[in-house]
Design a binder for this molecule. Sequence first.
Ligand SMILES: C[S@@+](CC[C@H](N)C(=O)[O-])C[C@H]1O[C@@H](n2cnc3c(N)ncnc32)[C@H](O)[C@@H]1O
Length: 232
Amino acid sequence: MDRKKLLFDLLDQFKLKAEIKEKFNLFVEEIYLYNQKVNLTGITNYYQFLDKNIYDSLLILKLNIIQEQTTILDVGTGGGFPGLLLAIIYEKINFILIDSIKKKTNWLIYIVEKLALKNVTIINDRIENLSDYEEKIDLLLARAVSKLPLLLEISTFLLKKDAYSIFYKGKNYLEESKKINQNFLEKRGLRLEHIYKDKLLDNSERYFLLFKRINLNYKKEMINYQRIKKII
Ligand SMILES: C[S@@+](CC[C@H](N)C(=O)[O-])C[C@H]1O[C@@H](n2cnc3c(N)ncnc32)[C@H](O)[C@@H]1O
């Protein structure tokens, strides 16, 4: 199997420049090697890895939402999905990649240096602790992190007014969304703007939930885990 060809065929759907595709190839080969020492991703089948991690992360490009943002934050980025992949493509945008697990941020430090990326800040912490970035983020992303109510509760304080959060969700998003009524959103100054639907190569469904922060009334100190735990 020609791994590079498989990867490049898949990337061709996103019309990426040759040098970007080479960086993706380096990323994929490096994560494969690294994953043998440190468990970063459970998926070891190459084709599945391309589909579930690379292709899925890049589906957001089709939404044409990433354009003029200055700062994009990826919550619980893990191995760098989707944040690191997007940082390779958008080298003029600052990406903040945060994860609470040290072995994951160690990997990110390693690969960012290998790829010589200058637009990435890696933070080993919990999102709830990011006071320095309060109201500084233009676009917040999260793939496979917490359930929706918790995600909204702990991350909204980071967004600027009129900025968006986009959450990658599976088909169970409906179940999670039921816990979020209009009152929940209004209280946190949020509006659900849009739900985009797409498919992975294996036909599984991908939903992108797009929330807009319409006012700055809900502050970091108002985060209430106990109340949220009762909802989820
Ligand atoms: C299932 S993994 C998903 C990783 C990556 N986004 C992906 O799609 O492959 C969830 C990650 O979120 C991180 N995480 C969960 N809650 C977090 C929080 N409150 N702050 C920072 N990281 C968090 C975990 O450490 C874990 O690496």
